[in-house]
Design a protein around this ligand. Structure first.
Ligand SMILES: Nc1ncnc2c1ncn2[C@@H]1O[C@H](COP(=O)(O)OP(=O)(O)OP(=O)(O)O)[C@@H](O)[C@H]1O
Length: 272
């Protein structure tokens, strides 16, 4: 695959007062794959996303297609088509699902199209409602949605801005098993035409939905490849054995569905 339209991170470095949080990380993500960034607590995953989205200053290079993102303002990075979610969903709780989507879509509208938009539901909003499974909840105040539905609304709020890349920080944290499955399937649908990069601690979720994985450890890339490759990497096993506790280790080493797993009791590996 060419790198046109891909997200390419090269030698990314982020320091906080001399502390190297990300020390020369390179990876790429293409439309058509669900790309995962995993690693123990403090590995530098969120900092990578912060640097890509302009929230933290970094050196090296982050390119979306031909466009360099490092040194670009947060607002311009959004306008260039990079959306992100945070660990806690940030929706307007008093407003309905539709109103939340309308506001998110408004961020990208001209004043004229804002006036036009008032006359009906825009196609981008309709398709975000459908894609996220929230069509029947359009009038529901966001505050009374389930935890999973709030996360999907936040994803919908990115989709209405028609992003080229979606970066998701721990999207399934706190979700039920059914919500995790629905979220994995949603991400796979979204990834058919867009770049999807997921930071996640849930190893079972990663094993089920990742196309490719990059493992970070102490601000550097420890391993990279398909799920099976990364699971078989002794360096990865050592880091998870050494730092992340038995649950994550067992989940990390478990083999994908259909084969005999090393444990059948672990479905949600936690990083802490
Ligand atoms: N604003 C900041 N100032 C100082 N240090 C920071 C800052 N943000 C992150 N760090 C440090 O950088 C390192 C990487 O943090 P980061 O949040 O990127 O890790 P992470 O892999 O996302 O971890 P977690 O899974 O716990 O969210 C940590 O040691 C963290 O304490």
């Amino acid at each position: 695959m060419t790198t046109t339209g891909s997200l390419v991170v090269t030698d990314l470095r982020v320091e906080f007062d001399g502390f190297v949080a990300v020390g020369g990380v390179s990876f790429d993500a293409h439309p058509g794959e669900v790309r995962f960034l995993i690693g123990p607590n403090g590995a530098g995953k969120t900092t990578c996303i912060d640097a890509i989205t302009g929230l933290s200053k970094g050196s090296g290079s982050v390119k979306l297609g031909d466009q360099e993102l490092l040194g670009t303002s947060v607002n311009k990075i959004v306008r260039l088509g990079v959306g992100r979610t945070f660990q806690t969903a940030s929706v307007f709780e008093q407003l309905s699902v539709l109103q939340n989507l309308d506001i998110a879509a408004g961020l990208h509208r001209s004043s004229l199209s804002l006036l036009r938009a008032r006359r009906g539901i825009e196609p981008a909003i309709e398709s975000a409602l459908e894609e996220t499974g929230l069509s029947t909840e359009r009038e529901t105040p966001a505050g009374i949605l389930s935890h999973g539905q709030k996360q999907w609304l936040e994803i919908g709020m990115m989709l209405v801005q028609e992003p080229r890349a979606l970066l998701l920080d721990e999207p399934v944290a706190g979700m039920s098993q059914d919500e995790r499955t629905a979220t994995g399937e949603l991400l796979q649908r979204i990834a058919q035409r867009r770049i999807v990069l997921v930071v996640e601690h849930d190893m079972d979720f990663m094993r089920r939905y990742a196309s490719r994985v990059t493992v970070l450890h102490q601000g550097k890339v420890l391993s990279e490849g398909a799920v099976a490759q990364v699971q078989a990497d002794p360096k990865v096993q050592e880091v998870y054995l050494g730092t992340a506790g038995a649950a994550t280790t067992a989940a990390m080493l478990a083999v994908p569905d259909g084969a005999t797993a090393t444990t059948d009791s672990i479905t949600q590996g936690e990083g802490a």
